[in-house]
Design a binder for this molecule. Structure first.
Ligand code: DON
Length: 588
């Protein structure tokens, strides 16, 4: 029963990401300090406003994992483009960051080439053909936990096809060279603190399925720092992908393993599902915010349109004048977010299946109407905020950002949804399957694991993509030049986290490290709660917001794991990996 996995609890447990590892400084670490905004963080906040980002003259990579960043940097140093590096990093993360990096999941990529062409690649998982609207309800019509745990939770994986389509369009190095580093890692790498901590933290759930336990708890215990971690089945699967491209995954031996795993565990993904899967190039959502141009993901992600609506509402307010993290600023942001998430949750969904008023949602005119009833003195209760748009019919993920010497930028967010996905490893193939089906409205009007209350538009249909919040984003400055590449995991908080990094750099002139390290707040319409990171708000601001009618909810840990790169005014790069999870930014 769903009751065993209460949404709010899962939201918090999956987002309470703690600990940090030293970020590694690139060779350009001795470059002059980047300009900081001079804004100070609240006294109780655990990350510094004074961190220096990694400096680079030619190219930079920021990912959640040291090995993955090294793979990306090696590809750049060999003369590969940001896209080549992005493909290699994706496969590397599938090996070294199994809680979220994947070949059994999906994701989104937003890219801007040096000549200004932008594109968005949707390699989101799809509902299997045998999926149906009520597949996660029991006889009483109550939600079960099958959308979160086990074989039935998995959507048809998209990552391998996504990387292949990206390679076809933009790749310059041979495919084999991009997959090989991951194979080498799968044959064995030395465990570092980040992975050891992650596996330790998930030990209980990694025991549920034997195939998962045998790989991730070798010798029946999580590997320790310094151990060599080997994944021979995964190395063989990656070798088939290296040699046969997408056929090495969607057909032949790997596909046979996936289908056999489904039959063993009561899942429904078939050979037909795998063979018909494709990744799709879509028109990115592009909007302007105070003269900067933001390019982000369209549906099947909600990230781009939701951020566009927030940005357009907030452009009418002088956030800079209000002061960073002032009561006024947080109040008006929360009011804008509630309205934007209400639309997101009720209206957005896979545009290949349902009509979505996308143009209206990203238009300035609509934002003006939508924001018109914001009261600066009082929070509007969420129950009084219905969706403003009409439609025809009634915490594990990972992000990485890469910029190369030519100025090509790639932002990728990829996931198997919860940490270690459905917890099911495909026997013989050595990779975990996603539990992305939970991103659908399994029972419209009822919360999913992130507490998101979504509507009919996002109900399950065969072949449909479940609505995502993932928001890989590229920002250009008022002169049209590449300025900022950003993104994060964090389930429903992804959109507000990415949005706050943009506000931090655009409205408050923060450096990349300040913008990433700064404490964050979050509101998603329902539940009607304004979340804040422990130590991240001054007590007088908390009291002031409560007096305006907000219900504040403190998060014990931290949320998000932003990987960001900024282009400085002299054209050099500053990269910073979020200390919340302890990733690594590298440059050269
Ligand atoms: O696509 C989405 O919006 C979710 N599946 C993302 C999940 C996530 O970020 C979990 N990580 N902390």
């Amino acid at each position: 029963m769903r009751a065993a996995l209460p949404g709010a609890l899962l939201l918090l447990t999956s987002l309470l990401l703690t600990g940090c590892e030293e970020a590694e400084m690139g060779p350009a670490a001795t470059a002059p300090a980047v300009p900081h905004s001079g804004i100070s963080f609240p006294d109780g906040w655990r990350f510094s406003a004074d961190d220096e980002p990694v400096r680079a003259e030619r190219g930079a990579v920021s990912t959640t994992d040291y090995y993955a960043s090294r793979v990306g940097l090696d590809i750049l140093e060999q003369g590969g483009t940001a896209m080549d590096a992005a493909i290699a990093v994706s496969f590397a993360l599938a090996v070294v960051n199994p809680s979220a990096g994947n070949i059994g999941g999906g994701g989104f990529m937003v890219t801007r080439t040096a000549d200004g062409e932008t594109s968005a690649l949707d390699y989101r998982e799809m509902a299997p053909l045998a999926a149906h609207r009520d597949m996660y309800l029991d006889e009483e019509g109550e939600l079960t936990d099958a959308s979160v745990l086990g074989h039935l939770a998995a959507g048809v994986p998209g990552t391998v096809m996504g990387m292949w389509r990206a390679h076809e369009r933009y790749g310059t190095l041979p495919w084999e060279a991009l997959v090989q580093p991951a194979i080498d890692l799968a044959e064995g790498f030395e465990v570092r603190e980040r992975l050891a901590r992650s596996l330790r933290g998930s030990e209980e759930s990694l025991r549920i399925y034997d195939t998962t336990r045998e790989i991730f708890l070798p010798g029946d215990a999580p590997p320790e720092v310094g151990d060599t971690f080997r994944q021979p089945d995964l190395a063989r699967t990656l070798t088939r992908i290296r040699d046969d491209g997408p056929d090495g995954f969607y057909r032949g031996e790997t596909a046979d393993y996936i289908v056999a795993e489904m039959e063993r565990g009561g899942g429904i993904i078939t050979h037909e599902d795998l063979e018909r899967y494709d990744a799709l190039w879509r028109d990115p959502v592009t909007f302007s915010y105070r003269g900067y141009t933001v390019t982000s993901m369209p549906p099947s992600s909600s990230g781009g349109p939701t951020m566009a609506l927030m940005a357009h509402i907030l452009e009418d307010y002088d956030l800079t004048g209000m002061g960073w993290q002032s009561e006024e600023m947080i109040h008006v942001m929360a009011e804008a977010w509630k309205r934007a998430y209400s639309d997101r949750n009720q209206v957005l969904a896979d545009t290949d299946f349902v009509d979505v008023p996308l143009e209206e949602m990203v238009s300035r005119e609509y934002a003006q109407r939508r924001g018109a009833d914001i009261d600066m003195d009082r929070a509007t209760p969420s129950e009084q905020i219905g969706p403003g748009l009409e439609v025809g019919e009634p915490t594990e993920t990972t992000h990485y950002s890469i910029v190369d010497e030519a100025g090509n930028a790639v932002a990728v967010t990829t996931t198997i949804n919860s940490g270690y996905g459905s917890k099911v490893t495909v026997a013989g193939a050595g990779f975990l399957l996603n539990n992305e089906m939970d991103d659908f409205a399994a029972k419209p009007g009822f919360p999913n694991q992130f507490g998101l209350v979504q509507g009919e538009q996002n109900a399950i249909e065969p072949g449909k993509r479940m609505l995502s919040a993932m928001s890989p984003t590229v920002v250009t400055n008022p002169d049209g030049e590449l300025f900022f590449v950003t993104g994060t995991p964090g389930g429903s908080t992804i959109i507000t986290t990415v949005f706050q990094t943009i506000v931090n750099v655009v409205d408050f002139g923060m450096s990349v490290s300040e913008a990433v390290n700064a404490p964050r707040v979050h509101h998603q319409h329902l539940p009607d709660q304004l979340y804040w990171e422990n130590g991240g708000l001054r007590s007088e601001v908390v009291e002031g917001l409560e007096a305006r009618g907000h219900t504040l909810q403190q998060r014990g840990g931290t949320s998000g794991d932003v990987q960001a790169i900024m282009v400085l005014s002299d054209g050099s790069l500053a990269a910073h990996s979020d200390p919340r999870l302890g990733g690594t930014a590298l440059g050269y």
